[in-house]
Design a protein around this ligand. Structure first.
Ligand SMILES: [Zn+2]
Ligand SMILES: [Zn+2]
Length: 452
């Protein structure tokens, strides 16, 4: 079997793995690197000749896995694209948004190759989406040969899958982005524990050690009580969230806390793509059961759109809970504007529930101290940090020990490391060398071909 990691930038980057096994040639994912822009952000497809891919697998709809799918699909016009049923609902919705963002960046940053694809391209490739149930095995034929493909529930986000490939009794398992814990809106991963020959693992949290007192259940309770305390002192809560998955999960947690009396009832505001995706989640829930979400909770909570007339430094006119994207307070987003309004007031709390890149305003805010000056560059507004800033470890990725345990259980001959910074990959390599001394651990150099 041959593999090439097409993620030219390494790290988490733009995920895309080329695999050749027997006569079959396939791609797992085709992402965009959120840390860079233009063609630099896309996988290096030139490493694989055009029209040579037999099929593509999409693990889930985060843009670091999905964002360049039309490029891979148009280079390989006959390749079907396998994905879960929920992903088939979400993929084009996510990429339509991506086209709009690219169009804006073309104007603002002068990136001439943007948008990398059009709405028409999306329509064209949609006919090749093959939605597969979790656990259902597809047999793919090429000449006399057959390959078996099974997608398993991977938790992480609506529709996320791990991938099982079997060819001539040789099994390959790719975790994709994976979470074992059950969320309120999403069941955790359900993957087989059987032995495999080759395992491709995500290493996102390789450098993150979870302290026992910060287990997921405790973090959720701490999150709820922080909201309660803020509301009790007549402050407002800003919860910056990613649109896909996290918005709906936070809405659902708050709804449940209202009904259980853990949080006093108050106005709830939500806007942006996260609010848009609420109807998608409702539909996916009803049609596939791959998420658990009912949009009526918004009506029950009286969720309102975020007010538009915000002034930096001035609290929004109504107190309450604001659940808005982006999760990292990226400039020009509702969460960025609301943070500029709310940060200078000591009764407010900003609650981060997901990862913030250190170079984003969210990441900078998490690094800063109370009383520091904080500059909202694009608003040309500076304020002292007076609101409480809190971070909760409610990651959508499994803890490193859980992925390590699964790998030991599956006892592969070869492990391929993906989706992690260098230090995170190194932790897995060290642990696996110690725990599975007969297993080869490969941390592939991007764009190099390996025979394993
Ligand atoms: Zn993901
Ligand atoms: Zn990812």
């Amino acid at each position: 079997m041959n593999i090439i990691d097409l993620n030219r930038n390494g790290g988490i980057g733009c995920n895309s793995m080329f695999i050749e096994i027997g006569p079959f040639r396939l791609l797992i994912d085709s992402g965009l690197d959120p840390k860079t822009a233009g063609l630099e952000a896309t996988p290096e497809f030139s490493k694989v000749p055009e029209s040579s891919i037999d099929f593509i697998i999409l693990t889930h709809c985060h843009l670091d896995h999905l964002g360049s799918l039309p490029l891979a699909a148009l280079r390989n016009p006959l390749a079907p694209i396998f994905m879960s049923k929920a992903s088939a609902f979400l993929a084009n919705r996510m990429m339509r948004n991506s086209i709009n963002v690219m169009k804006r960046q073309r104007e603002e940053l002068g990136i001439h190759e943007y948008p990398l694809y059009t709405h028409k391209d999306l329509q064209e490739i949609e006919s090749r989406y093959l939605a597969v149930d979790f656990g259902q095995t597809k047999t793919i034929r090429k000449g006399e040969d057959t390959l078996k493909l099974t997608l398993h529930r991977a938790g992480h986000v609506a529709g996320a899958v791990s991938v099982d490939i079997e060819f001539n009794h040789r099994k390959i398992f790719a975790t994709g982005d994976i979470l074992f814990t059950n969320l309120q809106t999403l069941k955790g991963a359900d993957v087989p524990q059987d032995k495999v020959d080759t395992m491709i693992i995500e290493t996102t949290r390789g450098l993150t050690k979870r302290s026992p007192e910060k287990n997921r259940a405790a973090e959720k309770e701490r999150f709820i009580s922080s909201i309660k305390h803020t509301l009790e002192k007549e402050g407002s809560c800003l919860i910056p969230v990613f649109a896909l998955g996290r918005t709906q999960e936070v809405l659902s947690i708050i709804h449940k806390s209202f009904t259980q009396g853990k949080i006093p009832k108050c106005p709830v505001f939500c806007s942006g793509m996260g609010l848009d995706l609420v109807s998608f989640f409702d539909r996916i829930s009803k049609k596939t059961g791959q998420v658990q979400f009912n949009k009526h909770i918004l009506k029950e909570m009286g969720v309102k759109p975020t007010p538009r007339n915000l002034t930096p430094g001035k609290n929004p006119s109504s107190k309450g809970i604001y659940i808005v994207s982006s999760g990292m307070l990226v400039e020009h987003t509702p969460s960025y504007k609301l943070a500029a309004s709310m940060l200078g007031h000591p009764t407010n709390t900003i609650l981060f529930v997901g990862y913030c890149d250190p170079e984003t305003p969210g990441g900078e805010l998490l690094e800063a101290n109370q009383g520091d000056d904080f500059l909202f560059k694009v608003l040309e507004f500076s304020t002292k940090i007076k609101a409480k800033i809190e971070k909760f470890d409610m990651s959508g990725h499994a803890d490193r020990e859980e992925i390590l345990a699964l790998t030991i259980q599956k006892d592969p001959r070869v492990v391929v490391l993906t989706h992690g910074d260098q230090g995170a990959r190194d932790w897995f390599k060290e642990q696996l060398n110690e725990r599975l001394p007969n297993t080869e651990v490969l941390d592939p150099v991007p764009l190099s071909e390996y025979t394993v």
